[in-house]
Write a protein that binds this ligand. Structure first.
Ligand code: ZN
Length: 268
């Protein structure tokens, strides 16, 4: 089956290895340990993924430029990749950087990881990012939920304040806002460009009752984007995808979630 994957992480090998170690220490049994970007991409292609959102994130200031340069080079080597770069709130000249990544490197947008980057999404330091994507109709993939750990920066409240400030913002909320899905999904009524992805959702660590997921999918059929979260999964992408496919039997809804909604999100 041909599909799009709206949530995949590729990193340079040293960073990927460090992330593998971090999750191993945290007790995760990562299925894609020691697999690097080329191999991961090949596996996704063999499973039917043709267009893919690739997300990176910087956990400290000063590394966005080199990480994004790696992403840009990788994107130039392969077809069908939508690049979501990173910036850190403490990067110097953030407005210049944002402009550079969006205009010179034509990124689709940015990934913001409130949890790993230790930043509230409504932090005013991120204003250049918000203004940069809104002006160009690009998007953000935002991880604002409380996994893999709870800290002062995450949760739906800062996200609600962000959306109130930028109602035109095009956002894909990672992991359906786990574990506050009701609060996040309710905001879709107020904001026309608010999307949600299924990354890792339904897998054993992020189990959600099938009927609850089906209800969400049916309530906002044009806002759900299939995403796997490869390689941060404890099962294969195929197992994760097949579980979701079993829940989504309506052909039109499948078409939306596995193809059309991502295309809508990528449209500038
Ligand atoms: Zn992810």
């Amino acid at each position: 089956m041909k599909y799009h994957d709206g949530h995949v992480h590729f990193f340079p090998p040293p960073l990927k290895n460090a992330i593998d170690r971090w999750f191993a220490t945290a007790g995760w049994n990562i299925y894609y340990r020691r697999q690097q970007a080329n191999e991961l991409l090949q596996g996704l292609r063999e499973g039917g993924a043709d267009q893919i959102s690739v997300l990176v994130y910087a956990h400290k200031p000063g590394m966005a430029e080199s990480l994004n340069a790696w992403l840009y080079d990788f994107g130039n080597l392969h077809q069908g990749l939508h690049l979501f770069g990173t910036v850190h709130p403490d990067d110097k000249n953030l407005d210049v950087l944002v402009q550079h990544f969006l205009d010179d490197w034509n990124f689709d947008g940015f990934k913001i990881h409130a949890n790993v980057q230790q930043v509230s999404v409504d932090d005013p330091r991120l204003a250049p990012v918000m203004n940069g994507v809104v002006e160009r109709k690009r998007g953000l993939v935002i991880h604002a939920g409380r996994e893999p750990h709870v800290n002062a920066f995450v949760g739906w409240r800062p996200f609600a304040r962000l959306m109130a400030r930028y109602p035109e913002l095009k956002v894909q909320v990672a992991h359906l806002g786990f574990d506050e899905m009701n609060e996040f999904v309710a905001m879709s009524r107020d904001y026309p460009y608010l999307y949600f992805d299924t990354a890792a959702i339904g897998s054993p660590r992020f189990a959600v009752p099938t009927q609850r997921l089906q209800k969400i999918f049916e309530t906002i059929p044009d806002r759900i984007i299939y995403g796997s979260d490869v390689p941060i999964l404890e099962e294969s992408a195929a197992d994760h995808r097949n579980r979701l496919l079993h829940m989504i039997t309506d052909p039109e809804l499948r078409d939306n979630i596995f193809l059309k909604n991502a295309e809508q999100f990528w449209t500038r």
